[in-house]
Design a protein around this ligand. Structure first.
Ligand code: AMP
Ligand code: ZN
Length: 464
């Protein structure tokens, strides 16, 4: 029973905790989503594959999952602070695009990227920040009333001094040590860590997206957006919040400060942060153009789901160094796994290997230890004493958690292949190994593999 045995590492308490849902059978998850100014790169996608693995684990454990992935379509500024340009405004202006079409097109591409990674869209509630402006304004109004917000010439700010436990997530990333250097000096702010809740449109600037508010025309702060969306859809307190490790020191510390000042309740029970993906040792960056995206994988004849597999082979708290070799190896593994999904006669009466399924689920339940789960799967698949049909049935069950999109496929053996196969069987019976090897090669040319196991000889198609 994995339902009561899920342990997850919480970046806030820096401890592994046994998972206890706030509401009995429902798990509420909020995952920080993409900023819609450029297409997601493979690094960004790691976070969504992780979120989907969590989602799958909870479903398999018997929970109902309410899961939000937000779509940041305004207010995320370059530098992640309060002074840079709005990433989306800048992109629309630089490329001379209508901002709504830019956003809509990027949402379409994002959806398609997720589908290529076998992330089922219907399991998520995708919320656009611009659809929750009213809720964001109300949140700031409440904070103002409670004395947490103040107005200066460029916007409404949150007074961090008023929130005593500010910065609890700091220790999750070494980058916090640099934090002092990163915060911009704005002489009007009451403290260096104070952050914008609402920014006013500049008189000199022709903003493409702006709204009126009780304080002046402008746009919401990035951190305010996530709080308003999380509480509107999921409620005041949620079970899990995920995001990239870079979001912890600023974005997430600021989310906690706002939300808990507003409600007086714990905002998130478990914070989970995914480590970064580097490209051949260098930083992947949407802004620098040093990226690989799903289309680049397809162009290079890599099954996009191989990226999901690659992510599963490395623990989410370990950085990944992405190389051509690592993705090619992952692609070969996917082909091999697909090969295991071919079956000859009905799988109806075939039993799954319950023990290995339990072991694999247990590994994933233990702080999403997918590398261990993948290793257990290969150990099981390489065991010659287990029937091929059992392997097929078991791997399909395990894929409910791995999400590699494995599907059973009935083998159709062409007549000429079958005749060669029968000939080879005869050669083996006559212990004519040479002829048997020649026939194996002839069969291979016809895209079939002959596999001799302790339980007999089998024939499987080769996938390109
Ligand atoms: P963005 O679309 O730029 O707002 O980023 C979306 C998510 O991707 C955020 O949670 C970031 O933390 C995460 N992220 C950005 N760069 C990387 C990277 N190189 N590797 C892993 N995650 C990343
Ligand atoms: Zn967020």
């Amino acid at each position: 029973m994995i339902k009561n045995n899920i342990t997850l590492y919480d970046s806030l308490s820096k401890q592994k905790k046994v998972f206890l849902p706030i509401s009995k059978n429902v798990v509420k998850i909020y995952s920080c989503g993409p900023t819609l100014y450029r297409r997601a790169h493979i690094g960004n996608l790691r976070g969504y594959v992780f979120a989907d693995t969590l989602n799958r684990l909870f479903r398999e454990a018997g929970f109902k999952v309410k899961h939000v992935i937000n779509l940041t379509d305004v207010g995320h500024l370059f530098g992640d602070g309060d002074t840079g340009e709005d990433k989306i405004e800048k992109e629309a202006k630089d490329t001379n695009q209508n901002i709504e079409s830019l956003i809509i097109n990027l949402i379409k591409v994002f959806n398609s990227d997720l589908e290529h990674l076998n992330i089922s869209l219907k399991r998520y509630n995708f919320t656009r920040a611009t659809s929750y402006i009213k809720e964001q304004v109300s949140l700031i109004e409440r904070l103002e009333k409670k004395g947490f917000a103040y107005k200066i010439s460029d916007g409404m700010y949150f007074n961090v001094q008023k929130f005593k436990s500010y910065g609890g997530l700091a220790g999750v990333s070494k980058s916090i040590q640099q934090e002092g250097k990163r915060v911009e000096i704005n002489k009007e702010k009451k403290g260096p860590y104070d952050f914008a809740l609402w920014k006013f449109s500049k008189k000199t600037e022709n903003r493409l997206q702006e709204w009126s508010s009780p304080w002046g025309v402008g746009f919401p702060g990035w951190h305010t957006e996530c709080c308003a969306m999380a509480s509107s859809v999921l409620g005041k307190s949620i079970d899990l919040h995920t995001g990239g490790i870079d979001l912890a020191p600023t974005h997430h510390n600021n989310e906690i400060a706002q939300q808990e000042s507003d409600t007086g309740q714990v905002f998130v029970n478990t914070w989970m942060h995914t480590e970064f993906v580097a490209l051949k040792g260098a930083k992947l960056s949407k802004s620098d153009g040093n990226i690989i995206n799903i289309d680049n994988l397809i162009e290079n004849k890599i099954d996009p789901v191989a990226l999901r597999y690659l992510f599963l082979t490395i623990h989410y708290k370990t950085p990944i160094n992405y190389t051509d070799e690592s993705i090619k190896a992952a692609n070969l593994s996917i082909k091999e796994l697909k090969n295991y999904c071919f079956y000859k006669s009905s799988l109806f009466f075939v039993k799954k290997d319950k023990q290995v399924i339990e072991q694999i689920k247990k590994a994933v339940s233990h702080d999403i230890s997918t590398p261990k789960a993948i290793a257990l799967l290969w150990e099981f698949l390489k065991d010659d004493s287990i029937k091929r049909s059992t392997k097929t049935k078991t791997i399909l069950e395990i894929d409910k958690i791995f999400g590699l999109g494995l599907k059973k496929k009935k083998i159709k053996i062409p007549n000429d292949v079958f005749i060669l196969f029968k000939e080879r069987q005869k050669a083996r019976e006559n212990q004519d190994w040479k002829k048997s090897d020649i026939l194996r090669e002839k069969i291979k040319v016809k895209k079939f593999n002959v596999v001799d196991t302790s339980s007999g000889t089998d024939l499987f198609p080769i996938i390109d």
